[in-house]
Structure formats: C-alpha cells, structure tokens
Ligand binder design. Structure first.
Ligand code: FRU
Length: 447
C-alpha cells in the first residue's frame, strides 16, 4: 500500500504548518494540547495562531481548530508560544504577542514588540478577552527585543514565570518574574547561559524526584560531533544552588525542538516536543500535500541516577499494541507501519537495517542513525549518540517518523522519514527483538 505520510500516532494539522507545542495542561477531565499553527500555508508563512487538540486519554483526540488568532494590536504579527495553568476552574493561557513595527528595523534591537498576554478559557477553545501583562519596557535594559515563550507555575504559594531571551550582546538567557495573582508580575532575576548561544527559546522549569531542571532551546551554539548536531539545540540543565549544570540534549535525532512538559493527573511529568526545527537544511515532502510537521508522542520523564532525565514513550501506547512477531538475529521481517520494536538486551555491537532506507548501528560506544536513501531521508544523513554501553532499544515507527529510545530512555533520537510504502523490511545483524503492530489513534476534526 502506498504511504501518504499521514501520521497515525502523532498529532499534525490536516493542512498548514505546525511548530511548538503550547499550553499543555489537564483541565475539565481532558488533556489540552495547543500548538503553533499557521493554517494558511505549509511553510509557516501567514498568520501564526494557536491550534487546539483535546483528549480524555491521549489516544482519542478532537481537533477543535484555530483558537487564538493574531487579531489585536499587541499580537498582530503572531500569537507566539506559551503555556497553560489551571486555577479556580479556569485554564489560564499565557503567550507571547509578537509585533513587528513598520519601517527600517533589524527586529533584534528595534522594531519588535514582545508582549506577555493572558487569556482564560472555561472549555479549552472559547477564549476570554486578551490582557497584556508585560511589555518590552518591563524587561531588563540589557535585553534585545527577543523575549518570549512564558512558562508559568505555582511554587510555595506564589506564581513564577520564566521567559526566554536574547541580550543586546547576543547571549541566551532566561528571565524570572513572580506574581501573587497571575496578573501583576515583578521582575526577579536573570540566568545567563554562557553556552555560546545567542538566544534561549521556550524555557521550562520543573522538579523531578526533588531535583530541579531547566529546559531551554538554545540557538547559535557551534556544532559538535555528538552534541549540537542540528541547526538549533534543545536540552536541559540541572539547577543546583541556582546554577545551571550538565547540559544534556533531549533528543539527538534530526527533528526535535521546543519541547514543553506538564503534569498528568496521576503525577507523571510528560514531555511533548515539536518533531521539527526551524531553518533546517533538509525537507519534508508533506509540503506538496499542503501540510508540514507534527508533535512527538508524549514522553514520560523520570530523573535518572546519574544526573540525566530518562524519557519513555507514554504507557498509553500499550493499549494500541497488537500481537508481537520476533525478529531473530540474522533474520529479515516485513513490518507494517505503524509499529513498536523493542530489543532489551545488552550488546557490544549490532546493526538494524530498514532495507533501502536507513540503518541503526552500535559499535565502540556510539549509536548511529544513518540514512542510506535520500528519497527516504530527504537531506537527512547521520546522527550520533555517544552512549557508552548499549542495554536496549525501543522504536516507535509511525508512517513518516521514528522515535528511538536507547538504554531505557537515557538517550533519544527522533526523525521524520518518508518510505514509499506502508511496510518496511527490517534486517537484523547482531540483535533480536519483537515487533508489535500498533493501531492508529482516533482524531475527530471539527475543521
Ligand atoms: C520556537 C519559536 C518560539 C516562538 C515560536 C514562534 O520554535 O521560535 O520562540 O514563540 O517559535 O512560532
């Protein structure tokens, strides 16, 4: 069967462009997943809005359409990224209203308004009036006009907000504000990166097993062999005594950026990322069908013993699994998409091939994902993860994406891929595992 690259397990718009996940929250018995949405074009041009999915269980979704438009003077050039917080039976959504002034500007040091705007909703899709809470004049004088992506949380009876920013001397940083009522915000402090970046986007701060983490998406850090392989990075620091330590990338595949975390009703911290990045040197053929990009699966986060955060595909996925088929060492198997593959034994080296498409291999402490067919990779070549020992691999393969979890989620690689058919031929050399067919999730679309 021909593969039309429409995802069966990952949220994507039917037409238009998607980027960052926004406003992730649980409210009124439902999960709410908003996202940066350009309904007018698959290349991200045109109006930048928020689209909205809701779901009782992360498996059955309803797309309620575009819920926030750039229709006021304070957000007229885009309803940019932001977050959600539930209080007194209302969902509070904070976002950046982007404003590009007319005239001669570089839009870094002048010509750009970056307003923190609040709306509330009682049902997830009908929004209140917009209310501007912070403007450029409220940010420290060393900030450029690039200040955005508020993330708000409650801590010790107060509210805190973190914003991503670029300083006038091109350093990535985050700004902290505090509030007692979610409406009036006072500047508190700045945390500078010192990582060689010029901008930190989409910050998120959270506590896991009593350890505090700051997630950021840094731009401008020079490429390395195992780190910063993509145009922009995305990772987290552990905050110890207020200092950011031990930056680790969330995902070292080709397509991952601007993730956001939130807490599920059962206490799990879930993370969803954009399975895409801006300004990439590779392409996505879905553009010819009028759409581009999707979100990652929700991932469950746990704090690892050695400093890092482990990511696993949400356990809800188990409900979609069919009967497994074994892939023997040296064997070949025709697997229908979507599927889940798992091999949970230690190996010194192996190669797992998706024939005529790509190969995954492990040797000398390094895991490689390498495309062998450019029709399938569309400009993607190789990504590496230095993992030392190999203790297992899980792959969630959708019609046009792979999420690869290594060593129980110690390292993750996500990529789009574009097979021509709905099946892939797996070949194993030095590894055995099980392939579980996956049922599609349900998405009802109001528009
Ligand atoms: C990250 C980002 C955010 C911004 C949004 C605009 O991908 O650049 O910083 O708010 O996208 O769509």
């Amino acid at each position: 069967m021909k593969n039309d690259h429409k995802q069966l397990l990952h949220l994507e718009p039917q037409s238009g462009w998607l980027n960052d996940p926004n406003g992730l929250s649980c409210f009124g018995g439902k999960y709410h997943i908003y996202f940066q949405y350009s309904p007018d074009s698959p290349d991200g041009s045109g109006r930048k809005c928020w689209g909205h999915f809701e779901s009782p269980d992360l498996l059955n979704y309803r797309f309620t359409g575009t819920v926030l438009y750039p229709d006021t003077p304070d957000d007229r050039s885009g309803v940019y990224s932001g977050c959600g917080l539930v209080k007194d039976g209302l969902l509070y959504l904070f976002y950046t209203g982007n404003v590009k002034e007319e005239g001669e500007h570089d839009y870094i040091t002048s010509g750009r308004g970056a307003n923190v705007i609040l709306v509330t909703t009682g049902n997830g899709h009908d929004m209140s009036e917009k209310r501007t809470l912070l403007r450029n004049s409220d940010y420290p004088e060393y900030c450029s006009c690039h200040v955005r992506d508020p993330k708000v949380w409650e801590e010790d009876g107060r509210y805190r907000m973190v914003l991503g920013a670029r300083t006038l001397d091109d350093r990535g940083c985050v700004l902290y504000y505090t509030s007692d009522d979610l409406l009036n915000w006072t500047y508190d402090s700045t945390l500078f990166g010192g990582d060689g970046s010029y901008m930190w986007e989409c910050p998120d701060e959270f506590v896991l097993s009593e350890r505090r983490f700051l997630s950021v998406s840094p731009q401008g850090v020079p490429h390395g062999e195992f780190m910063y392989q993509n145009v922009y990075s995305s990772g987290y620091f552990e905050l110890r005594d207020g200092e950011p330590r031990d930056y680790r990338e969330w995902d070292c595949g080709f397509d991952f950026y601007a993730p956001q975390s939130f807490e599920a009703p059962d206490g799990r911290r879930l993370l969803i990322g954009w399975m895409g990045i801006g300004d990439i040197p590779y392409t996505n053929p879905t553009v010819s069908q009028g759409r581009q990009h999707c979100l990652t699966l929700p991932r469950e986060l746990t704090a690892g013993r050695e400093g890092g955060i482990y990511q696993r595909p949400m356990r809800e996925l188990n409900a979609l699994k069919g009967r497994p088929v074994s892939l023997a060492d040296g064997g070949t198997l025709e697997a229908g998409l979507p599927f889940y593959f798992a091999s949970l034994a230690e190996r010194e080296r192996f190669k797992l091939t998706f024939e005529d498409m790509l190969e995954m291999s492990f040797a000398d402490g390094v895991f490689n994902l390498r495309f062998t067919n450019d029709k399938v990779g569309c400009g993607r070549d190789i990504r590496r993860a230095k993992i030392g020992r190999f203790t297992g691999i899980e792959i969630v393969a959708d019609t046009s994406s792979l999420e690869i979890f290594l060593n129980g989620g110690e390292a993750v690689m996500s990529t789009r891929f574009y097979p021509g058919e709905m099946t892939v031929r797996l070949h194993s050399d030095g590894i055995e595992g099980s392939v579980y067919p996956l049922r599609a999730m349900e998405v009802i679309r109001d528009e």
